[in-house]
Design a protein around this ligand. Sequence first.
Ligand SMILES: Cc1cc2nc3c(=O)[nH]c(=O)nc-3n(C[C@H](O)[C@H](O)[C@H](O)COP(=O)(O)O)c2cc1C
Length: 144
Amino acid sequence: MKFSPDSPKKEIDELLSVIEKHSIQGIICSNLTKQRVFEKIKDDFVPEKGGLSGKIVEDLATEEVRYVYKKTKGKYIIIGCGGIFSAEDAYKKIKAGASLVQMITGMIFEGPQIVGEINRALAELLLKDGYENISQAVGADFKI
Ligand SMILES: Cc1cc2nc3c(=O)[nH]c(=O)nc-3n(C[C@H](O)[C@H](O)[C@H](O)COP(=O)(O)O)c2cc1C
């Protein structure tokens, strides 16, 4: 199931109560945003309609990961997606509760080698924080 980053918490709660009744293992947070927060947009041209990806969706998606993780207490696999361009960005999603991450815009701008670069730098970030694997860091923001 993939959530919009623009859904209010009440709607997320309703969606979670529906998916509980079905065989759903994972939730992707999140899809594109329809909010046009122009201070966060560096491009000269922004289409009037349609969803936006990349940095504009990053914090919305991370907060949604955090909310869903806290609410569902590890019941679902959460895939963090939105504005990931670096290992630090991926790590933020993991610590908020994502056990997988997904990226599209970052790969378009940086190229396919970014995946290997993120994996290597992520291993260093985990080591620096004393983790032996990614699983230990999932939801770390809640364990402090
Ligand atoms: C060109 C493009 C096409 C997309 N098509 C779909 C789609 O068909 N279905 C979908 O659920 N999300 C689609 N998305 C949303 C992405 O899967 C992702 O949720 C969103 O772009 C945020 O991640 P990002 O910032 O890493 O791109 C698309 C995104 C882009 C940029």
